[in-house]
Design a protein around this ligand. Structure first.
Ligand code: NAD
Ligand code: UDP
Length: 321
């Protein structure tokens, strides 16, 4: 008898990373069920999959009880606003999807005996005092600051996932995802990289917050998806950092994007948001060791691919795409 096709549930599957995961698992031969309430995602990211017999989109808020008929082999919980601008606009929704949504997604996985993978974040480390950040660092998070709604929701989600693993023996995985970029980021999501591309492509000034000396390390989405796929199948249950250690300052990023686009734009400086982390760089020794994974797309190449996408978006006059 032929083996049954794997069935994979992806919450937040109409978002930036989630929609790439939908593509990845459909291509791997799975049947994919995408649950998303389109709070910060877009139907356009998964439009190309609609109508396939191995893909289903359900417009659903995963903070409520999740019912999926039939067997489920994998649950990937990616639903959550992720851009600081988004989670500051939706603070309660962010806390709810990190807490209640994770509870419901774990409950579904437990009921079905499925593998579970949580999209956690480098924000679990807050404004880090150890650099680069290994998984053993417990972080420096302000729980009651504006960013606390995201950071603490994800820290709670990690704690809940470990509790389900330890209590119920579930096959769970936690990805601490660092800044990721690529096609399908929204032009207006407020994150530095799409904002700088949009501003440069429209000939506007680039808004660097603070003096731009804060650092980030950007990972191309294709590399991230591969890391997530490997983590899901691994035997590792403790958190694993996924990201590209290629660190640069935000001012350097702005300058690179001006050069790459050939824009005449200037750089203007605006106030640094509250609790904005001063440095961020993943220590990926563990991912290399347990997953045999490391990013392979250099920044120069990833930025070129992102440029092609953002140029198209600007040309189409996308407001939200
Ligand atoms: P995104 O905003 O593009 O995607 C999130 C998706 O979740 C959206 O489609 C949104 O509509 C959906 N969603 C939100 N609340 C929901 C709810 N209650 N029910 C159903 N769907 C809901 O963001 P992204 O960048 O693709 O991030 C995806 C995941 O990865 C998030 O969990 C985020 O915390 C995590 N992450 C992303 C990054 C990054 O750099 N992109 C870094 C660290 C962690
Ligand atoms: N940032 C900036 N200009 C912008 C948007 C963001 O200088 O228009 C800065 C932001 O203050 C932070 C960094 O760029 O220091 C990365 O911000 P992003 O929103 O991409 O994500 P974060 O890594 O802070 O979650």
């Amino acid at each position: 008898m032929a083996a049954r096709r794997q069935r994979t549930v992806i919450t937040g599957g109409a978002g930036f990373i989630g929609s790439h995961l939908c593509d990845y698992f459909v291509e791997a031969g799975h049947e994919v069920i995408c649950l998303d309430n389109l709070l910060t995602g877009s139907g356009s990211h998964i439009e190309h999959l609609l109508g396939r017999e191995d893909f289903r989109f359900i417009d659903y808020d995963v903070t409520g009880y999740i019912h999926v008929g039939g067997p489920v082999d994998n649950v990937l919980h990616f639903a959550s606003p992720a851009s600081p601008v988004d989670y500051l606009e939706y603070p309660i929704e962010t806390l709810k999807v990190g807490a209640l949504g994770t509870h419901k997604a774990l409950g579904l996985a437990r009921d079905k005996g499925a593998r579970f993978l949580l999209a956690s974040t480098s924000e679990a480390y807050g404004d880090p005092q150890i650099h680069p950040q290994p998984e053993t660092y417990w972080g420096n998070v302000n729980p009651v600051g504006p960013r606390g709604v995201y950071d603490e929701a994800k820290r709670f989600a990690e704690a809940l996932t470990m509790a389900y693993h330890r209590t119920h023996g579930m096959d769970t995985h936690i990805a601490r995802i660092f800044n990721t970029y690529g096609p399908r980021m929204r032009l207006y999501d407020g994150r530095a990289l799409p904002t700088f591309f949009r501003q440069a492509l429209k000939g506007e000034d680039l808004t660097v917050y603070g003096d731009g000396s804060q650092t980030r390390s950007f990972c191309y989405v294709g590399d991230m998806i591969e890391g997530i796929g490997r983590l899901l199948k691994s035997d590792e249950h403790e958190p694993v950092n996924l990201g590209n250690p290629d660190e640069l300052t935000i001012l350097e990023l702005a300058r690179e994007i001006i050069e790459l686009t050939g824009a005449k734009s200037k750089i203007v400086f605006e106030p640094l948001p509250t609790d904005d982390p001063k440095v961020r760089q993943p220590d990926i020794a563990k991912a290399k060791r347990v997953l045999g994974w490391e990013p392979t797309t250099p920044r120069s190449e990833g930025l070129k691919r992102a440029l092609d996408y953002f140029r198209e978006q600007v040309a189409q006059g996308a407001q939200n795409g």
